[in-house]
Design a protein around this ligand. Structure first.
Ligand SMILES: [Zn+2]
Length: 333
């Protein structure tokens, strides 16, 4: 099969059919025209042609924005997890779409793709013991500064040998991975008895995806390689030895803001978007760790527009039609 095995759906083996013919990196301007294929059976989608593990370091280091690291800002942000009303604030802003908030005191937590390490500091502040895995070597200095146990590399390196975890979280990670089933199988082996995996990732079953079509910000081509919905992810979970304990959507308000901005943004292939890489009001001045900005700027939305967005997003989430799925998995016995 040409172009790396994208003929069959990874979730159900069904036939993939073209959904979007021409789509490109409309954020950071990496070159290439891609398409999105959709399984005619379960709706799972895949970016074509696919990228391999070998393609990723060059792509991310060349095009994915990394800025200066502000250690003080990271520490201050993580301290807010203990502020009065923190969980209500996360609910309003849709920033509780991250698995590590489920930590209980005394638990071992592994965050795969821990980025800026804010989540690890939050776990520590909430009484857990935090471990992280991150591909970006820039994170080493952050981890060392805060005395955090972070492996720079991949879970396939067998980091923290012999250790198992009560909670393993993958926040906006599984859609970036070339071989998600292999990752889920190896993650399963690292669960402590009774442990759980919590994943958050974009939901192709969202109302916004249907309305935004090719402009949906969560296509994020070519960085997002696989695109999931509730049904297809349920099939993948069963195939990799898990039972789905819960599945719901949580839409960060800042995603909505970025989606609205994206509508007015027209880029050609190979051209970076000023909305994503510039210094506009919703773009972090330290634009490193792009997978984390999504949450940090939600708090800037206030007033009537913010309250309206909160009401709408929480309603859409109650209907299960939000943009980010939060899935809790247990080991299948
Ligand atoms: Zn399928």
């Amino acid at each position: 099969m040409a172009a790396g095995n994208i003929g069959a759906c990874i979730a159900c083996g069904g036939k993939n059919e073209p959904l979007i013919d021409r789509i490109w990196d409309d954020r950071y301007g990496s070159p290439g025209i891609f398409s999105v294929l959709k399984c005619e059976n379960c709706g799972q989608m895949v970016t074509s042609p696919p990228l391999s593990e070998d393609d990723l370091p060059g792509l991310y280091s060349r095009y994915y924005p990394r800025g200066n690291v502000d250690l003080g800002a990271i520490e201050r942000e993580a301290a807010l997890v203990l502020a009065p009303g923190a969980s209500e604030k996360r609910y309003r802003e849709g920033t509780d779409n991250q698995g590590h908030y489920a930590v209980l005191p005394g638990q071992n937590v592994l965050d795969i793709g821990c980025g800026s390490c804010v989540s690890l500091l939050e776990v520590r502040n909430l009484g857990g013991t935090a471990f992280g895995i991150e591909a970006d070597p820039n994170v080493r200095a952050i981890a060392e500064h805060f005395g955090l146990d972070v492996h720079i590399g991949s879970i396939h390196d067998n980091p923290f040998p012999g250790r198992t975890f009560d909670l393993i979280v993958l926040n906006q990670v599984i859609e970036h991975v070339p071989e998600p089933l292999a990752l889920l199988r190896i993650v399963r082996e690292r669960l402590a008895p009774g442990g759980k995996v919590i994943l958050a990732f974009p939901n192709t079953g969202s109302l916004n995806r249907k309305v935004s079509r090719g402009k949906w910000i969560n296509w994020h081509i070519p960085y997002h390689l696989h695109h999931y919905n509730k049904k297809s992810f349920g099939l993948i979970a069963a195939k990799t030895g898990y039972r789905v304990a819960s599945m719901r959507t949580i839409t960060p308000n800042v995603w909505t803001i970025l989606q609205l901005r994206a509508f007015g943004d027209v880029t050609a292939e190979g051209q970076a978007s000023s909305a994503w890489t510039g210094r506009g009001p919703s773009v972090p001045s330290t634009s490193s760790f792009a997978m984390r900005w999504k949450n940090r700027f939600a708090s800037r939305v206030s007033g009537t527009a913010g309250r309206t967005m909160t009401r709408l997003n929480r309603l859409v989430d109650r209907l299960g039609l939000g943009d980010s799925l939060l899935v809790v998995l247990h080991k299948q016995d």
